[in-house]
Unconditional design. Structure first.
Length: 189
């Protein structure tokens, strides 16, 4: 009889251990589940691609999602205040002279027509949709988190005070932390 009682006690302990293990696994899986978040990585400095990125960001915000936008290389021009050359070394001045100064200087990826393309798109959008600058303003007011790639700052000669929006300067690891926990991630190139 005592062998049966001992066997039942062992079975209960084993069952409790299995339940504890399963609870820990469920907790880990819940931790890994993506939240109502969107990650948008912006590599492109093209007007139409920047418009798409901000329209997606603002649409996600409108659906109650948390949005983080990570800007790297040419994409950094989308959220810059303007062209800053003072205090930069020669190569950084060259890069900054070749890049658009800010969102107003971005050219479309197609149909640029020597600079006329952006003016044409702005004219066609008037009264139909918000401008890129208005989209950026909406995103700031809605609480979009803006990240700027730290290595891009160093390589392209951008300073920490050149941004038209509040930014977190971070590396790729911070971008991945957000992207891996997002329900949706976009790469705009």
């Amino acid at each position: 009889m005592s062998a049966v009682i001992g066997s039942n006690a062992l079975a209960e302990v084993s069952l409790e251990n299995k339940i504890t293990d399963l609870e820990a696994q469920v907790k880990e899986l819940k931790h890994r589940m993506p939240g109502d978040k969107v990650s948008i990585i912006v590599l492109s400095g093209d007007f139409d691609k920047a418009m798409a990125a901000f329209m997606m960001a603002n649409g996600a915000i409108g659906m109650g999602m948390e949005v983080t936008m990570f800007f790297t290389f040419w994409g950094c021009s989308v959220i810059k205040k303007g062209r800053k050359l003072k205090g930069k070394k020669f190569t950084h001045k060259l890069i900054n002279m070749m890049l658009p100064a800010n969102s107003k200087d971005l050219a479309p990826s197609q149909m640029s027509f020597g600079g006329i393309g952006r003016k044409m798109f702005n004219y066609m959008m008037k009264g139909q949709m918000s401008s890129l600058e208005e989209q950026i303003e909406i995103a700031v007011e809605a609480g979009v988190t803006f990240q700027v790639c730290s290595p891009s700052l160093g390589m392209m000669g951008f300073d920490e005070d050149e941004w038209a929006v509040p930014v977190d300067i971070c590396g790729v690891a911070a971008m991945y932390e957000v992207a891996l926990n997002a329900r949706t991630a976009y790469f705009i190139s």
